[in-house]
Design a binder for this molecule. Sequence first.
Ligand SMILES: [Zn+2]
Length: 353
Amino acid sequence: MTEIAERQLLYYTDLPKVELHAHLNGSISSNTMKRLVAKKPHLQIQNGMTMIDKGQKRTLEECFEMFRIIHQITDTAEDILLVTKDVIREFAADGVKYLELRSTPRASPTGMTKRMYVETVLEGIRQCKEEELDIDVRFLLAIDRRAGSEIAKETVKLAEDFLHSSDGLVLGLDLSGDPTVGHGKDFMEPLSEAKRSGLKLALHLSEIAGQEEETALLLNLPPDRIGHGTFLCNSSDLVETVKSNQIPLELCLTSNIKGQTVPSFDQHHFGFWYNLGHPSVLCTDDKGVFATDLSLEYQLVASTFNLTSEQVWELSRQAIDYIFAPESVKSHLKEKWTKLKPDVFRHIEGIPN
Ligand SMILES: [Zn+2]
């Protein structure tokens, strides 16, 4: 690597970042995965079954198959604690200062209940806080589309309990899972109830083509943030609704390329929304599965869309406005950004943009 490339890399790593779309199980690094697999030799998990390396692609269906394998490897509270702490430490090492993790509460035959699952994640967050890592971590409970509306109602109930008892760690809900399964209308009631009770909503919307009707319906809630929104641009009505409600988008480039919902980086819908000046936040989605990190995502966007270092900085700073934590946290983060800026820019001093 040339000296300039090295200094640029440091700029992106030290750039303070906000990560708002990170699925816990998809974020497990290959290092952590090796430790988990070694504990469970009977599962006979081979290298490559849980991660898509550089240059590789998988269909969305294959991606969801990988998650089934990961769930088999993480089926005890002990695993979940280990995974949570490793994932948080890795995000912190990548310069992420504020992180909203999300995960579907999962019961397993090992005796782990859904409540225990959430409690374990929160315990992992608290233990990391004691390590004094420079990262503020919050949690969103995820509703899996495949599981249907009854389970969704239970998840909302669980999230409401934790909203009031987790000291601000649980902030909201996510709707995710295989977009080809189920219909958004099944989730309108539980999601409306969640909103009424003060939970924030981050919904995966229009991840695949042809979901205009479902998306239009769910936009009525309206959600507080949209995950991917890959095919929103196909409908001017949907674009108008998202624009007029100023709903921020969580955009994950590598994920969309490797999952083959976007053909190439330069055709990613980041370009469309960024040019409109619409709130857009770069995120990793599943840094483990897609073998990426948030620094790399910022770098990819900068090189694909020709952003200056100052534009990159603004992109990361504006993300603070779209976090689910309260205003006091936002002001604290903005102060942190201001304090860090000179040191971050020192890395690229004298390098032309
Ligand atoms: Zn996602």
